[in-house]
Write a protein that binds this ligand. Structure first.
Ligand SMILES: Nc1nc2c(c(=O)[nH]1)N[C@H]1C(S)=C(S)[C@@H](COP(=O)(O)OP(=O)(O)OC[C@H]3O[C@@H](n4cnc5c(=O)[nH]c(N)nc54)[C@H](O)[C@@H]3O)O[C@H]1N2
Ligand SMILES: Nc1nc2c(c(=O)[nH]1)N[C@H]1C(S)=C(S)[C@@H](COP(=O)(O)OP(=O)(O)OC[C@H]3O[C@@H](n4cnc5c(=O)[nH]c(N)nc54)[C@H](O)[C@@H]3O)O[C@H]1N2
Ligand code: SF4
Ligand SMILES: [Mo]
Length: 828
């Protein structure tokens, strides 16, 4: 093994301090990893043989990168420096059946050899967004960028440089997990004290469930142990194809499948029960189910007492009543690996029915679930009592009205959920893409707590995702980012030039690892904000909707042309990207580009003064623990298939180890906003809660003008906007389509295959219609991941808005109203 170098040491002599692992960003990254899985079926022998090398060929193990989440290990067969075939790579032993692959994986070579790839650095010649470009040299590109960055830093400080990403890559060298967690971007950003604009997607789930409630979910393989599976606001058959075979296994063992979705998805088609729900009302459905479960005494009270925060007492100010409140001094526990300081042991107090006294939770034999208690004039209420009281208005009848679901169906759902467990809830963006949808996760945790549907085999609130531990220190070169927020706040930042107390005068905007001006919501508002920035750079593989708005575009290599390591993986086998072929054309990786910039700016020490790729990779992978238990970098070299050593039989089930109380939490003692700029935090952030969506709610007076509620779906032929131009996939699905219910179409004189104009005050798009019974009347589904030039006119993402939830920063991809009319402009 070669010497382990830590190039971050180079900085110590400069006086720049390094910063330890940020708990929240780590958790966010983990949650982001829970984002997606993929793959259709195990390899047949014939398919596996596809990837076998014949004479003159070599097989290189890599991945298709991107954020479908499956991270299928890929065997790329190379002959004469060219990719000739690809197939799923083998996984060892018992994990072999986890080997999956899909049509997007098989067609990656078409993306590699796409003639429209960005080939050279280019600069804009016409107006911004006009599409006029001129080839330039790398020297000119780097000189221009360094000139702009240097001037901006001098005049307006480090925060004037903003790096904007989403989920293009989680690579430890070139990616931007959680906005900046990689050697390349992390070191540049933390050395400059730059502004990080992270993704607005996935935050309802990531922030509420993973970060605040500390629940990470069971391993995907555990789905097979469920007796009931609920595809609730998610479509595992198409978006989590990696999980789907476990759903099928469970069904073969007799499990019931229920889908709750306004669209009749592929998952719905396979279901025993399909419940078309009015969008953005799931929170009310959950509370209606909770009240039915309580009223009909279907609760698992043993679970509630032993495994949840239900019996914990809360003071009037909303914080927990602890032993210190009764004069018992806290004691010191073991040193925390995250803070390096001893943990404080100050137990929660419960009322023990057995002794009729207030005691530490662990010593109660029969903790009271309900009740209000007095301690020296202070009123103490159990978490369950408080929640029950604050949500009692959501009777089954009220939920029925809000959700447009019959009372009997809600009662049936509640009974099944409570009595036919273990229940695996497979959910994602249907519960996450409205402005206030983060409350869904507290409500889901509440019904799971009432019924014991978490923390045991087959019972989960979501499926988890593994992460190979990485050495986050390798990503830091200073105090951290100057400002760390979400890209959706760009309009606010450009307007106010402040973030909390900090000045943020963004002069240079760097877009990479995300097609943000195609995929983030509020596209037009974001474009307006981008127009106000002096200088915009975009690094990508293709001329994306985002690259179109840059001043300089930089060509990035395809995954097969890159060396990197992705620590996030749903299987125990995280992917090491071995470089299969040299980068085509003049493409350079993000790290190479940032190294050139650092050199020109006199900052080359941030990348270890010419340290090799191996050195930098080792800095991220070779932590003491990784070397000891998992082998680190070397475990993935020379044909070895490294395994995530933290993936153990014990890790298959989430037993709430990540929560402060080591119990299932549905109460948040100290809610703190993800992006803190001094905003008010409401008391309801603590509790299960329902409120209607921002725009997409039935009673909204705006429905007189725009009666249709929007939503969308993750496309089975795309990974977001990636694969949007893959020729084979375009043959299957040549153009974007809008799904409209047959009754809504008939009312508007729209027929199958017509071109329609879908619009609201923010924007419009012209595209082909699919008239279907497979969507709830009053709801339309816009396509996700198509590019501006694939619409006849406009862009469906222009219908969405930039409104975010200030507490958890999730955005409003489905939270919009619109109207549809027949397009009279003829066919394209
Ligand atoms: N093929 C493919 N797979 C992917 C991706 C991809 O782009 N392509 N992306 C990956 C990523 S990053 C993510 S986050 C996941 C997303 O994974 P999923 O969320 O499972 O995928 P979606 O297709 O967005 O499914 C959301 C479903 O919610 C429904 N829905 C909309 N509004 C509501 C509502 O208010 N209530 C309920 N109950 N349902 C509602 C929609 O009709 C849709 O069927 O997919 C991942 N997998
Ligand atoms: N209407 C609607 N909008 C949505 C959603 C929806 O359901 N409906 N879903 C939302 C969700 S859940 C998500 S996660 C987001 C995803 O939003 P994005 O992450 O922005 O989606 P992608 O199209 O995958 O964009 C990733 C880009 O990164 C580039 N890339 C890949 N690897 C590299 C690299 O190594 N270096 C550089 N420089 N670039 C690289 C890719 O070529 C691609 O252009 O979309 C959100 N938007
Ligand atoms: S797109 Fe996703 S499911 Fe398909 S091969 Fe690639 S990683 Fe696997
Ligand atoms: Mo996502």
């Amino acid at each position: 093994m070669s010497e382990v170098k830590d190039p971050t040491k180079a900085l110590e002599s400069t006086g720049i301090t390094r910063r330890g692992f940020l708990k929240t960003t780590g958790a966010a990254a983990l949650g982001a990893g829970a984002v997606a899985m993929g793959g259709l079926a195990p390899m047949t022998k014939a398919e596996a043989a596809d990837a076998a090398a014949t004479e003159g060929e070599t097989i290189v193990r890599t991945s298709c990168r991107g954020n479908c989440g499956s991270k299928c290990p890929t065997n790329v067969v190379v002959r004469d420096g060219k990719v000739v075939r690809v197939a799923a790579a083998e996984l060892p032993g018992d994990d072999a059946p986890r080997r999956r692959f899909c049509v997007k994986g098989y067609t990656q070579p078409q993306r590699v050899y796409d003639p429209d790839r960005l080939k050279y650095p280019m600069k804009r010649t016409g107006e911004r967004g006009e599409g006029q470009w001129e080839r330039i040299s790398w020297d000119e590109a780097i000189d221009t960028i360094v000139g702009k960055m240097g001037a901006a830093v001098q005049e307006a400080g480090g925060t004037s440089i903003a790096f904007w990403s989403s989920y293009g890559s989680y690579g430890v060298l070139n990616g931007q997990m959680a906005g900046y967690m990689s050697v390349g971007y992390g070191r540049m950003i933390t050395a400059l004290g730059a502004t990080v604009l992270g993704a607005g997607a996935d935050y309802a789930q990531i922030y509420e469930q993973s970060t605040l409630l500390g629940i990470s979910g069971n391993d995907t393989a555990d789905i097979a142990n469920a007796k009931t599976i609920m595809a609730w606001g998610g479509n595992p058959a198409e978006a989590y194809i990696h999980d789907w075979h476990y759903v099928c296994d469970a069904r073969e063992n007799g499990a019931k499948l229920i889908t709750i979705d306004p669209q009749f998805t592929a998952s719905a088609a396979h279901s025993d029960i399909y419940v078309p729900i009015r969008p953005a009302t799931d929170g009310a459905l959950m509370l209606g189910m909770a009240n039915y479960i309580i009223d009909n005494e279907l609760m698992d009270t043993d679970f509630m007492k032993a495994k949840t925060v239900s019996p914990f007492l809360i003071k009037e100010d909303g914080t927990y009543f602890r032993m210190s409140d009764m004069g018992v001094e806290p004691t010191e526990g073991p040193v925390s690996p995250t803070t390096g300081k001893p943990t404080v042991i100050n137990p929660n107090v419960v009322w023990d029915n057995a002794t009729g006294a207030l005691v530490a939770a662990a010593s109660a034999t029969d903790p009271a679930l309900e009740g209000v208690f007095d301690y020296q004039g202070q009123t103490l209420t159990t978490v369950f009592q408080k929640t029950k009281d604050s949500t009692k208005e959501y009777t089954v009848e009220k939920a029925s009205e809000i959700c447009d679901i019959p009372v009997e169906t809600i009662e049936n759902l509640a009974r099944i959920y409570a009595t036919e467990g273990p229940v695996a809830v497979l959910t994602f963006q249907g519960l996450g893409h409205h402005v206030n949808s983060h409350h869904n996760y507290k409500n889901l945790a509440y019904i799971a707590a009432l019924t014991g549907n978490a923390g045991k085999p087959g019972a989960m609130m979501t499926r988890g995702s593994g992460m190979y531990p990485f050495n986050a220190k390798a990503y830091f070169m200073g105090m951290g980012p100057g400002v760390n927020t979400t890209g959706m706040y760009l309009p606010k930042l450009m307007e106010e030039k402040k973030w909390g107390q900090k000045d943020v005068d963004i002069r240079v905007l760097w877009m990479a690892n995300g097609n943000v001006l195609s995929c983030e919501s509020g596209r037009q508002e974001l474009i307006e904000a981008v127009k106000k920035v002096d200088f915009v750079v975009c690094a990508d593989v293709n001329m994306t909707d985002s690259a179109q708005w840059a001043d300089i575009v930089l060509p990035s290599p395809h995954a097969y042309e890159t060396e990197d390591f992705d620590p996030v993986c749903a299987t125990p086998y995280p992917t090491y990207y071995h470089k299969a072929i040299d980068p085509l054309y003049e493409c350079k990786t993000d790290l190479e580009i940032l190294q050139l910039i650092a050199e020109k700016m006199g900052m080359s020490k941030i990348y270890g003064d010419g340290a090799s790729t191996e050195d930098l990779m080792r800095a991220a992978m070779d932590s003491a623990a990784n070397l000891k238990f998992g082998g680190g970098y070397d475990a993935f070299q020379d044909g070895k298939v490294g395994r995530n050593y933290t993936h153990t039989p014990a890790s298959l089930v989430d037993t709430f180890k990540g929560t402060a109380s080591q119990r299932l939490e549905y109460y948040i003692e100290k809610p703190a906003p993800r992006n803190n700029f001094g905003q008010e935090v409401h008391d309801y952030e603590r509790l299960p809660y329902y409120e209607h969506a921002n725009e997409s709610y039935w009673e909204n007076p705006l429905r007189e003008k725009y009666p249709l509620m929007g939503c969308s779906q993750h496309n089975k032929y795309h990974v977001h906007s990636q694969c949007a131009y893959t020729p084979v996939l375009r043959e299957i699905e040549p153009e974007p389509t809008l799904k409209v219910n047959a009754s809504d179409a008939a009312e508007r004189g729209i027929s199958q295959g017509d071109y329609v104009r879908v619009f609201n005050d923010r924007g419009y798009a012209v595209l082909k219609v699919v008239v279907t019974e497979g969507i709830k009347p009053g709801v339309v589904s816009i396509p996700h991941g198509f590019q501006a030039d694939q619409f006849v006119e406009g862009h469906t993402q222009d219908l969405t808005n930039v409104v975010m939830n200030d507490f958890c920063s999730n955005s409003s991809f489905y939270d919009f109203l619109c109207e549809v009319e027949k397009y009279e402009g003829g066919e394209r």
